[in-house]
Design a protein. Structure first.
Length: 326
């Protein structure tokens, strides 16, 4: 598993860090972090220098009441420290507001994606101007480069937190409340995100990918995602579809173009085109799909997918069918 995760992370653009910024919001937050760290470091150095000088200073017997000159110097020093503290904290407040204000700013013409946080995966719905433009996917957000994307964040079970550090700051997904976040990628690439709020035993295995691509590539991907799943032409794939519909799978998952219309689990219409399954846990291959279907609780304990009894032939055909859904 470690080797597989390393291979997946190797495809990402840079590293998952707020200091590796590739979007306007992320750049603003990076600059905010640098300013605060530099100023706090200077303050710490001044305090340490003052402490060292005080320790090294020769001690003398002084009267209980300081002289007017000494008292004046002390008053000036304390007053200066208080004023400096107020100015620093006030400046931090202002620049923090300006930096974080951009996280939720988006125009009415921006691409809109509804992001639902669940234990432990991400449900995504692309909202277009027409009902026919809408489609659902999971755990993988495709966005066009150089364009603001409005994310409407909703938590359906517990509090989650959406965080793609290279593109934007954190924003919570709270049940019963809708929050918004704007992300923008200035360069093509794959940016890894993570749930940043402890949401249960599989919190660490709730990752997502943001794939930034050219407008033409995004349009091609979007058009393909809007299509229903093709009818299987091969006998093995047709058998896999029949098994999927006959088992409880169809009660939890949707495959557009078939009778499967479940809403509990991720939409699987184009699951074979996604880079990962189980919210970033495995690379999407026929083998990993078969392993997940056969025993999801061993792979990701506590998740809401039950073990569905399948014969070896049924598992073989179902995994083949799902892998073919590009």
């Amino acid at each position: 598993m470690r080797a597989m995760l390393a291979a997946l992370l190797a495809d990402c653009s840079g590293w998952q860090s707020a200091l590796d910024a590739h979007g306007r919001s992320a750049v603003s937050l990076k600059q905010l972090i640098i300013v605060i760290v530099v100023v706090c470091s200077l303050v710490w150095m001044l305090v340490m220098i003052t402490l060292i000088l005080a320790l090294l200073r020769r001690r003398e017997v002084r009267p209980a009441t300081p002289s007017p000159r000494t008292e004046h110097r002390m008053t000036v020093a304390v007053t200066g420290a208080v004023v400096a503290t107020i100015l620093i904290i006030g400046s931090f407040t202002v620049i923090s507001f300006l930096a974080t204000h951009t996280l939720g700013v988006a125009g009415h013409d921006d691409l809109t994606v509804r992001v639902r946080g669940l234990q432990w995966w991400w449900g995504l719905e692309y909202i277009g101007p027409k009902p026919s433009d809408r489609f659902e996917t999971a755990n993988e957000i495709h966005i066009p480069v150089g364009r603001n994307v409005r994310l409407k964040l909703e938590g359906l079970d517990v509090i989650h937190s959406f965080w793609v550090p290279s593109l934007a700051g954190k924003q919570d997904l709270v049940p019963g409340r809708s929050n918004e976040l704007t992300i923008r990628a200035d360069n093509p690439g794959v940016y890894r995100g993570q749930c940043a709020e402890f949401c249960g035993m599989q919190h660490a295995h709730m990752a997502l990918l943001v794939i930034a691509q050219s407008q033409d590539d995004f349009d091609r991907w979007s058009n393909a995602q809007q299509q229903a799943a093709p009818q299987p032409a091969e006998e093995e794939l047709a058998a896999g579809l029949q098994t999927f519909l006959a088992k409880p799978c169809a009660g939890c998952h949707t495959i557009r173009g078939t009778a499967a219309n479940g809403k509990t689990g991720p939409d699987l219409t184009h699951v074979g085109s996604r880079r990962t399954i189980a919210a970033g846990l495995f690379e999407t291959t026929r083998g990993s799909l078969a392993a997940w279907i056969a025993d999801p609780q061993t792979i990701k304990p506590g998740n809401n997918m039950p073990m569905v009894p399948l014969t070896p032939d049924e598992l073989r055909t179902v995994s083949a069918y799902l892998a073919s859904l590009k």
